[in-house]
Design a protein around this ligand. Structure first.
Ligand code: FAD
Length: 333
Protein backbone atom coordinates (compact mmCIF):
# COMPACT_ATOMS: atom_id res chain seq x y z
CA UNK A 1 0.00 0.00 0.00
CA UNK A 2 1.28 3.48 -0.84
CA UNK A 3 2.24 5.55 2.18
CA UNK A 4 2.90 8.97 0.72
CA UNK A 5 0.41 11.80 0.91
CA UNK A 6 0.26 14.42 -1.76
CA UNK A 7 -1.58 17.70 -1.93
CA UNK A 8 -2.12 19.31 -5.30
CA UNK A 9 -2.99 22.96 -5.69
CA UNK A 10 -4.00 25.12 -8.58
CA UNK A 11 -5.56 28.55 -8.81
CA UNK A 12 -9.24 28.26 -9.65
CA UNK A 13 -11.01 30.89 -11.64
CA UNK A 14 -13.68 32.42 -9.39
CA UNK A 15 -16.74 30.34 -10.24
CA UNK A 16 -20.25 31.55 -10.84
CA UNK A 17 -22.72 29.95 -8.44
CA UNK A 18 -24.97 27.78 -10.55
CA UNK A 19 -28.48 26.71 -10.00
CA UNK A 20 -28.69 23.00 -10.87
CA UNK A 21 -31.07 23.78 -13.77
CA UNK A 22 -29.16 26.77 -15.05
CA UNK A 23 -27.21 26.08 -18.21
CA UNK A 24 -23.79 27.55 -18.73
CA UNK A 25 -21.22 26.40 -21.24
CA UNK A 26 -17.59 26.88 -22.23
CA UNK A 27 -16.13 27.61 -18.82
CA UNK A 28 -12.38 27.68 -18.88
CA UNK A 29 -9.85 27.63 -16.08
CA UNK A 30 -6.33 28.93 -16.17
CA UNK A 31 -3.88 26.39 -14.89
CA UNK A 32 -0.48 27.25 -13.62
CA UNK A 33 2.04 24.54 -12.87
CA UNK A 34 3.84 25.32 -9.65
CA UNK A 35 6.53 23.86 -7.44
CA UNK A 36 6.14 21.55 -4.46
CA UNK A 37 5.85 23.10 -1.01
CA UNK A 38 5.37 22.08 2.61
CA UNK A 39 2.56 23.23 4.88
CA UNK A 40 2.62 23.63 8.65
CA UNK A 41 1.67 19.98 9.19
CA UNK A 42 4.70 18.87 7.14
CA UNK A 43 2.57 17.39 4.39
CA UNK A 44 4.14 17.67 0.96
CA UNK A 45 2.21 19.92 -1.41
CA UNK A 46 2.46 19.46 -5.14
CA UNK A 47 0.96 22.38 -6.99
CA UNK A 48 -0.51 21.20 -10.22
CA UNK A 49 -3.66 20.56 -12.13
CA UNK A 50 -6.14 17.90 -10.98
CA UNK A 51 -9.32 17.41 -12.96
CA UNK A 52 -12.37 15.95 -11.24
CA UNK A 53 -13.34 14.31 -14.51
CA UNK A 54 -10.40 11.94 -13.82
CA UNK A 55 -11.81 11.04 -10.39
CA UNK A 56 -15.43 10.27 -11.25
CA UNK A 57 -17.13 7.43 -13.12
CA UNK A 58 -19.10 9.96 -15.19
CA UNK A 59 -15.84 11.54 -16.30
CA UNK A 60 -17.26 15.03 -15.84
CA UNK A 61 -15.92 17.96 -13.80
CA UNK A 62 -13.41 20.77 -13.90
CA UNK A 63 -10.44 21.21 -11.56
CA UNK A 64 -10.37 21.37 -7.79
CA UNK A 65 -7.98 23.93 -6.40
CA UNK A 66 -6.52 21.56 -3.77
CA UNK A 67 -6.19 17.80 -3.94
CA UNK A 68 -5.01 15.40 -1.25
CA UNK A 69 -4.83 11.63 -1.44
CA UNK A 70 -4.86 9.86 1.94
CA UNK A 71 -3.89 6.25 2.58
CA UNK A 72 -4.34 5.99 6.33
CA UNK A 73 -6.11 7.53 9.31
CA UNK A 74 -3.16 9.74 10.33
CA UNK A 75 -2.89 11.27 6.88
CA UNK A 76 -6.63 11.88 6.81
CA UNK A 77 -6.57 13.69 10.16
CA UNK A 78 -3.56 15.80 9.06
CA UNK A 79 -5.35 16.73 5.86
CA UNK A 80 -8.50 17.69 7.76
CA UNK A 81 -6.49 19.74 10.22
CA UNK A 82 -4.85 21.59 7.35
CA UNK A 83 -8.23 22.36 5.75
CA UNK A 84 -9.53 23.61 9.11
CA UNK A 85 -6.47 25.80 9.70
CA UNK A 86 -6.92 27.35 6.29
CA UNK A 87 -10.73 27.59 6.71
CA UNK A 88 -10.84 25.70 3.44
CA UNK A 89 -13.93 23.93 2.16
CA UNK A 90 -13.25 20.21 1.68
CA UNK A 91 -15.01 17.13 0.41
CA UNK A 92 -14.23 13.45 0.95
CA UNK A 93 -14.32 11.56 -2.31
CA UNK A 94 -14.39 7.79 -2.71
CA UNK A 95 -14.60 6.41 -6.26
CA UNK A 96 -16.72 9.34 -7.44
CA UNK A 97 -19.40 6.93 -8.66
CA UNK A 98 -22.34 8.92 -7.35
CA UNK A 99 -21.16 12.49 -7.99
CA UNK A 100 -21.68 15.11 -10.63
CA UNK A 101 -19.03 17.80 -10.41
CA UNK A 102 -19.41 21.05 -12.27
CA UNK A 103 -17.37 22.02 -15.32
CA UNK A 104 -16.22 25.03 -13.29
CA UNK A 105 -14.59 22.66 -10.80
CA UNK A 106 -14.55 22.72 -7.01
CA UNK A 107 -13.33 25.72 -5.07
CA UNK A 108 -11.81 23.86 -2.13
CA UNK A 109 -9.92 20.70 -1.30
CA UNK A 110 -10.82 17.24 -2.53
CA UNK A 111 -9.62 14.56 -0.10
CA UNK A 112 -9.41 11.32 -2.05
CA UNK A 113 -9.95 8.44 0.37
CA UNK A 114 -7.69 5.45 -0.23
CA UNK A 115 -7.74 3.95 3.29
CA UNK A 116 -7.88 0.39 2.05
CA UNK A 117 -7.40 -2.16 4.82
CA UNK A 118 -9.56 -5.18 5.53
CA UNK A 119 -9.38 -7.19 8.77
CA UNK A 120 -11.18 -10.47 9.35
CA UNK A 121 -12.20 -10.46 12.99
CA UNK A 122 -11.97 -13.80 14.80
CA UNK A 123 -15.72 -13.99 15.14
CA UNK A 124 -17.02 -15.65 12.00
CA UNK A 125 -18.53 -13.26 9.42
CA UNK A 126 -17.25 -10.07 11.08
CA UNK A 127 -14.97 -7.78 9.06
CA UNK A 128 -13.53 -4.35 9.84
CA UNK A 129 -12.90 -2.55 6.57
CA UNK A 130 -11.19 0.76 5.73
CA UNK A 131 -13.60 3.29 4.26
CA UNK A 132 -11.52 3.60 1.07
CA UNK A 133 -11.64 -0.14 0.37
CA UNK A 134 -13.45 -0.91 -2.91
CA UNK A 135 -16.98 -2.00 -1.99
CA UNK A 136 -17.25 -4.35 -4.99
CA UNK A 137 -14.05 -6.18 -3.96
CA UNK A 138 -15.29 -6.53 -0.39
CA UNK A 139 -18.61 -7.88 -1.69
CA UNK A 140 -16.74 -10.58 -3.62
CA UNK A 141 -14.44 -11.48 -0.71
CA UNK A 142 -17.31 -11.86 1.77
CA UNK A 143 -19.44 -13.95 -0.62
CA UNK A 144 -16.45 -16.14 -1.48
CA UNK A 145 -15.93 -16.67 2.25
CA UNK A 146 -19.52 -17.95 2.36
CA UNK A 147 -21.22 -14.94 3.96
CA UNK A 148 -24.47 -13.35 2.92
CA UNK A 149 -25.65 -9.73 3.18
CA UNK A 150 -23.48 -7.94 0.64
CA UNK A 151 -23.83 -10.11 -2.46
CA UNK A 152 -25.20 -7.05 -4.32
CA UNK A 153 -22.02 -5.07 -3.54
CA UNK A 154 -20.03 -6.88 -6.25
CA UNK A 155 -21.74 -4.62 -8.79
CA UNK A 156 -21.32 -1.31 -6.95
CA UNK A 157 -18.15 0.52 -8.06
CA UNK A 158 -17.80 2.73 -4.95
CA UNK A 159 -15.85 2.60 -1.71
CA UNK A 160 -17.03 1.13 1.60
CA UNK A 161 -17.30 4.68 3.00
CA UNK A 162 -19.35 5.85 0.01
CA UNK A 163 -21.65 2.83 0.36
CA UNK A 164 -22.27 3.55 4.06
CA UNK A 165 -22.80 7.26 3.36
CA UNK A 166 -25.30 6.53 0.56
CA UNK A 167 -26.71 3.36 2.12
CA UNK A 168 -26.11 1.73 -1.26
CA UNK A 169 -28.31 -1.22 -2.11
CA UNK A 170 -29.76 -3.46 -4.80
CA UNK A 171 -31.52 -6.80 -5.20
CA UNK A 172 -33.45 -6.29 -1.96
CA UNK A 173 -30.23 -5.84 0.06
CA UNK A 174 -28.74 -2.66 1.49
CA UNK A 175 -25.49 -1.70 3.17
CA UNK A 176 -27.07 -0.63 6.47
CA UNK A 177 -28.44 -4.12 7.14
CA UNK A 178 -24.92 -5.55 7.19
CA UNK A 179 -23.32 -2.86 9.37
CA UNK A 180 -22.33 -3.53 12.97
CA UNK A 181 -20.55 -0.23 13.72
CA UNK A 182 -19.00 2.74 11.96
CA UNK A 183 -15.90 4.73 12.82
CA UNK A 184 -15.85 8.38 11.92
CA UNK A 185 -13.68 11.40 12.39
CA UNK A 186 -15.30 14.75 13.17
CA UNK A 187 -14.45 18.19 11.85
CA UNK A 188 -12.49 18.75 15.05
CA UNK A 189 -10.40 15.65 14.32
CA UNK A 190 -12.02 13.56 17.06
CA UNK A 191 -12.49 9.82 16.39
CA UNK A 192 -15.84 8.24 17.28
CA UNK A 193 -17.34 4.78 17.04
CA UNK A 194 -21.09 4.59 16.33
CA UNK A 195 -23.06 1.40 16.82
CA UNK A 196 -25.60 0.44 14.15
CA UNK A 197 -28.49 0.56 16.65
CA UNK A 198 -27.78 4.28 17.27
CA UNK A 199 -28.16 5.06 13.57
CA UNK A 200 -31.28 5.51 11.42
CA UNK A 201 -30.90 4.57 7.79
CA UNK A 202 -33.48 4.76 5.00
CA UNK A 203 -33.70 4.11 1.28
CA UNK A 204 -30.41 5.61 -0.02
CA UNK A 205 -30.37 7.67 3.17
CA UNK A 206 -27.93 7.60 6.05
CA UNK A 207 -27.59 9.76 9.15
CA UNK A 208 -24.18 10.85 7.81
CA UNK A 209 -25.86 12.92 5.09
CA UNK A 210 -27.20 15.17 7.88
CA UNK A 211 -24.43 14.89 10.47
CA UNK A 212 -23.07 18.43 10.74
CA UNK A 213 -19.77 17.61 12.44
CA UNK A 214 -18.91 14.60 10.25
CA UNK A 215 -15.63 14.99 8.42
CA UNK A 216 -15.25 11.41 7.22
CA UNK A 217 -16.24 7.82 7.75
CA UNK A 218 -12.95 6.03 8.36
CA UNK A 219 -13.90 2.35 8.81
CA UNK A 220 -16.96 0.12 8.83
CA UNK A 221 -17.41 -3.15 10.72
CA UNK A 222 -19.77 -5.55 8.98
CA UNK A 223 -21.52 -8.53 10.56
CA UNK A 224 -22.60 -11.09 7.97
CA UNK A 225 -24.49 -14.37 8.14
CA UNK A 226 -23.20 -17.68 6.85
CA UNK A 227 -24.89 -18.85 3.64
CA UNK A 228 -24.17 -21.76 1.33
CA UNK A 229 -25.58 -19.87 -1.64
CA UNK A 230 -23.86 -16.47 -1.28
CA UNK A 231 -21.52 -16.97 -4.25
CA UNK A 232 -24.25 -18.34 -6.45
CA UNK A 233 -26.57 -15.44 -5.62
CA UNK A 234 -23.79 -12.96 -6.34
CA UNK A 235 -23.16 -14.51 -9.76
CA UNK A 236 -26.88 -14.23 -10.55
CA UNK A 237 -27.00 -10.58 -9.47
CA UNK A 238 -23.94 -9.76 -11.57
CA UNK A 239 -25.30 -11.56 -14.63
CA UNK A 240 -28.57 -9.62 -14.27
CA UNK A 241 -26.64 -6.34 -14.10
CA UNK A 242 -24.74 -7.12 -17.26
CA UNK A 243 -28.04 -7.95 -19.01
CA UNK A 244 -29.89 -4.84 -17.85
CA UNK A 245 -27.34 -2.04 -17.23
CA UNK A 246 -24.98 -0.24 -19.63
CA UNK A 247 -21.88 -1.27 -17.67
CA UNK A 248 -19.37 -0.61 -20.45
CA UNK A 249 -20.34 3.06 -20.60
CA UNK A 250 -19.63 6.03 -18.33
CA UNK A 251 -22.45 6.53 -15.85
CA UNK A 252 -23.12 7.17 -12.16
CA UNK A 253 -25.58 4.32 -11.78
CA UNK A 254 -29.19 5.31 -11.15
CA UNK A 255 -29.71 9.06 -11.47
CA UNK A 256 -33.04 9.10 -9.59
CA UNK A 257 -34.34 7.32 -6.49
CA UNK A 258 -37.32 5.06 -7.04
CA UNK A 259 -40.54 6.83 -6.00
CA UNK A 260 -41.92 5.20 -2.86
CA UNK A 261 -45.65 4.93 -3.45
CA UNK A 262 -45.87 4.60 -7.21
CA UNK A 263 -45.53 0.92 -7.96
CA UNK A 264 -43.16 1.76 -10.82
CA UNK A 265 -39.41 2.27 -10.65
CA UNK A 266 -37.87 5.53 -11.85
CA UNK A 267 -36.49 3.64 -14.86
CA UNK A 268 -39.98 2.39 -15.79
CA UNK A 269 -41.47 5.90 -15.53
CA UNK A 270 -38.72 7.36 -17.73
CA UNK A 271 -39.11 4.57 -20.26
CA UNK A 272 -42.92 4.92 -20.33
CA UNK A 273 -42.45 8.64 -20.98
CA UNK A 274 -40.54 7.66 -24.13
CA UNK A 275 -37.25 9.19 -23.06
CA UNK A 276 -34.79 6.36 -23.73
CA UNK A 277 -32.09 7.69 -26.03
CA UNK A 278 -32.94 11.36 -25.29
CA UNK A 279 -29.75 13.35 -25.72
CA UNK A 280 -28.46 16.78 -24.66
CA UNK A 281 -24.99 17.44 -26.02
CA UNK A 282 -22.85 14.52 -24.88
CA UNK A 283 -25.31 13.31 -22.22
CA UNK A 284 -27.86 10.63 -23.05
CA UNK A 285 -30.56 8.54 -21.37
CA UNK A 286 -29.32 4.98 -21.80
CA UNK A 287 -31.20 2.80 -24.27
CA UNK A 288 -30.50 -0.19 -22.02
CA UNK A 289 -31.57 1.22 -18.63
CA UNK A 290 -33.58 4.45 -18.59
CA UNK A 291 -32.39 5.54 -15.13
CA UNK A 292 -28.72 5.42 -16.24
CA UNK A 293 -27.57 8.57 -18.03
CA UNK A 294 -24.48 8.14 -20.15
CA UNK A 295 -21.56 10.42 -20.87
CA UNK A 296 -21.15 9.65 -24.57
CA UNK A 297 -17.62 11.05 -24.50
CA UNK A 298 -17.89 14.79 -24.42
CA UNK A 299 -20.68 15.54 -21.91
CA UNK A 300 -20.37 18.66 -19.78
CA UNK A 301 -21.98 19.05 -16.38
CA UNK A 302 -24.40 21.44 -18.02
CA UNK A 303 -25.43 18.80 -20.58
CA UNK A 304 -26.09 16.37 -17.74
CA UNK A 305 -27.98 18.90 -15.59
CA UNK A 306 -30.11 19.91 -18.55
CA UNK A 307 -30.90 16.28 -19.35
CA UNK A 308 -31.81 15.60 -15.69
CA UNK A 309 -34.10 18.65 -15.70
CA UNK A 310 -35.79 17.64 -18.97
CA UNK A 311 -36.44 14.09 -17.75
CA UNK A 312 -37.83 15.33 -14.41
CA UNK A 313 -40.20 17.74 -16.16
CA UNK A 314 -41.40 15.19 -18.71
CA UNK A 315 -42.08 12.48 -16.08
CA UNK A 316 -43.83 15.02 -13.86
CA UNK A 317 -46.05 16.14 -16.73
CA UNK A 318 -47.01 12.60 -17.70
CA UNK A 319 -47.35 10.96 -14.26
CA UNK A 320 -47.49 13.85 -11.77
CA UNK A 321 -44.45 12.36 -10.00
CA UNK A 322 -41.50 14.49 -9.00
CA UNK A 323 -38.41 12.32 -9.32
CA UNK A 324 -35.70 12.95 -6.71
CA UNK A 325 -32.03 12.70 -7.57
CA UNK A 326 -29.96 9.88 -6.13
CA UNK A 327 -26.75 11.35 -7.53
CA UNK A 328 -25.17 14.36 -5.82
CA UNK A 329 -24.47 17.52 -7.78
CA UNK A 330 -21.59 19.36 -6.16
CA UNK A 331 -21.72 23.13 -6.42
CA UNK A 332 -18.40 24.64 -7.47
CA UNK A 333 -18.28 27.02 -4.49
C1 FAD B 1 -22.26 1.25 -12.89
C2 FAD B 1 -22.78 1.72 -11.55
C3 FAD B 1 -23.62 0.91 -10.82
C4 FAD B 1 -24.12 1.34 -9.58
N1 FAD B 1 -24.96 0.52 -8.90
C5 FAD B 1 -25.45 0.93 -7.71
C6 FAD B 1 -26.35 0.08 -6.97
O1 FAD B 1 -26.67 -1.03 -7.36
N2 FAD B 1 -26.82 0.55 -5.79
C7 FAD B 1 -26.46 1.77 -5.28
O2 FAD B 1 -26.93 2.13 -4.20
N3 FAD B 1 -25.62 2.58 -5.96
C8 FAD B 1 -25.10 2.21 -7.15
N4 FAD B 1 -24.24 3.02 -7.84
C9 FAD B 1 -23.91 4.35 -7.30
C10 FAD B 1 -22.62 4.40 -6.44
O3 FAD B 1 -21.69 3.42 -6.86
C11 FAD B 1 -22.91 4.24 -4.96
O4 FAD B 1 -23.73 5.29 -4.48
C12 FAD B 1 -21.63 4.19 -4.12
O5 FAD B 1 -21.95 3.80 -2.82
C13 FAD B 1 -20.88 5.53 -4.06
O6 FAD B 1 -19.60 5.29 -3.47
P1 FAD B 1 -18.35 6.21 -3.85
O7 FAD B 1 -17.19 5.77 -3.03
O8 FAD B 1 -18.13 6.23 -5.31
O9 FAD B 1 -18.88 7.61 -3.35
P2 FAD B 1 -18.57 9.03 -4.02
O10 FAD B 1 -19.32 9.15 -5.30
O11 FAD B 1 -17.11 9.25 -4.06
O12 FAD B 1 -19.24 9.98 -2.95
C14 FAD B 1 -20.65 9.98 -2.79
C15 FAD B 1 -21.01 10.76 -1.52
O13 FAD B 1 -20.51 10.04 -0.39
C16 FAD B 1 -19.64 10.86 0.39
N5 FAD B 1 -18.55 9.99 0.89
C17 FAD B 1 -17.82 9.09 0.20
N6 FAD B 1 -16.93 8.49 1.01
C18 FAD B 1 -17.10 9.02 2.24
C19 FAD B 1 -16.47 8.83 3.51
N7 FAD B 1 -15.47 7.96 3.68
N8 FAD B 1 -16.90 9.56 4.55
C20 FAD B 1 -17.90 10.46 4.42
N9 FAD B 1 -18.53 10.70 3.24
C21 FAD B 1 -18.14 9.99 2.17
C22 FAD B 1 -19.09 11.89 -0.59
O14 FAD B 1 -18.64 13.06 0.09
C23 FAD B 1 -20.32 12.13 -1.47
O15 FAD B 1 -21.20 13.03 -0.83
C24 FAD B 1 -23.74 2.60 -9.07
C25 FAD B 1 -22.86 3.41 -9.82
C26 FAD B 1 -22.37 2.98 -11.03
C27 FAD B 1 -21.41 3.84 -11.80
Amino acid sequence: MASHLTIYHLPLKQPTKLDSCHVQRSISCNFKKQESAQNSTGLPFIHRKKLLSDLTTWGIGGPCNYFIQVFNHTQLVSALRYCNEQSMRFMILGKGSNCLFDDVGFDGCIILNRIEFMEKIEESGVYRVGSGYPFNCFGVVSANDGFSGLEFAAGVPGTVGGAAYMNAGANGQETAAAIDSIEIVTNEGESRMLKRRELNFGYRLSPFQELKDLASITAVTFRLKFSKTAREMQQEYLARRWRTQPLGQRSAGSVFRNPSSMGFSAAELIEKTGLKGLRVGGAMVSNKHANFFINCGCATSQDMLELIGLVKDAVNQKFGVELKEEISYIHPS
